[in-house]
Design a protein around this ligand. Structure first.
Ligand SMILES: [Fe+2]
Ligand SMILES: [Fe+2]
Length: 218
């Protein structure tokens, strides 16, 4: 095993341990899917540093548990960047690798004042957003809606006029407010292309829900 493979394996174990109790929307499975997305994007962007991309994808949500515990007072991207840097240096990574990974972790958040600058940070940003789209994105949106006790579906009007965490905070509300805008916010061409493809599937899914609900009511 090469030193970089060994480092990757150690980080993977540490992240798995840390996210063991996380909720279904941001657990270790989410991290593994983001890693797979990041590898897929990096394969199409050969200038990217693969090691930085993979470590940053693994570590991007490392501080989710702290953010949850603090009920949102702590930012998991800012704290995660600090934790990632310290962990990597302690495990023998170079200062360059630790700093590049920390930058990508710091800037992965949607609607944050810190925007991704490096190609590696842009890839991790897009890889994370891809997990909110397509069939996986639908599954995650329904998991979240179930947790807050929301309805299965609602109309545009009901969804758009309702606050978050209400009974109207449906998967469809998440789609209207956030998910449908994600491909346009993506920062790499392969990210945008795949995001658009996944979004199309979601649109078809909601059209189909509408059709079934109206057929049942007749
Ligand atoms: Fe995150
Ligand atoms: Fe994430």
């Amino acid at each position: 095993m090469s030193p970089s493979d060994r480092l990757f394996a150690r980080v993977r174990e540490e992240v798995k341990r840390k996210l063991a109790g996380a909720s279904g929307c941001h657990d270790f499975d989410h991290t593994l899917r983001v890693l797979a997305n990041a590898r897929m994007l990096a394969a199409q962007l050969p200038d990217a540093d693969r090691q930085v991309v993979e470590l940053a994808a693994l570590l991007h949500d490392i501080a989710r548990p702290e953010e949850m515990e603090s009920q949102g007072r702590l930012c998991h991207a800012a704290l995660g960047a600090k934790i990632a840097r310290e962990m990597l240096l302690q495990m023998g990574a170079s200062e360059f690798t630790a700093a590049a990974v920390a930058e990508a972790v710091r800037s992965h958040r949607y609607r944050d004042e810190v925007e991704p600058q490096s190609l590696e940070a842009k890839i991790v940003f897009d890889a994370d957003k891809l997990d909110s789209l397509g069939a996986v994105g639908l599954g995650r949106a329904f998991l979240f809606a179930g947790r807050v006790g929301a309805r299965l579906h609602n109309t545009d009007e009901e969804a758009l006029n309702a606050p978050a965490y209400s009974r109207e905070d449906t998967a469809y509300r998440e789609y209207l407010f956030k998910l449908r805008h994600l491909p346009g916010a993506m920062l790499t061409l392969p990210g945008r292309t795949e995001g658009t493809r996944r979004l199309r599937f979601m649109r078809r899914f909601f059209d189909r829900i509408e059709a079934e609900i109206h057929a049942a009511a007749e």
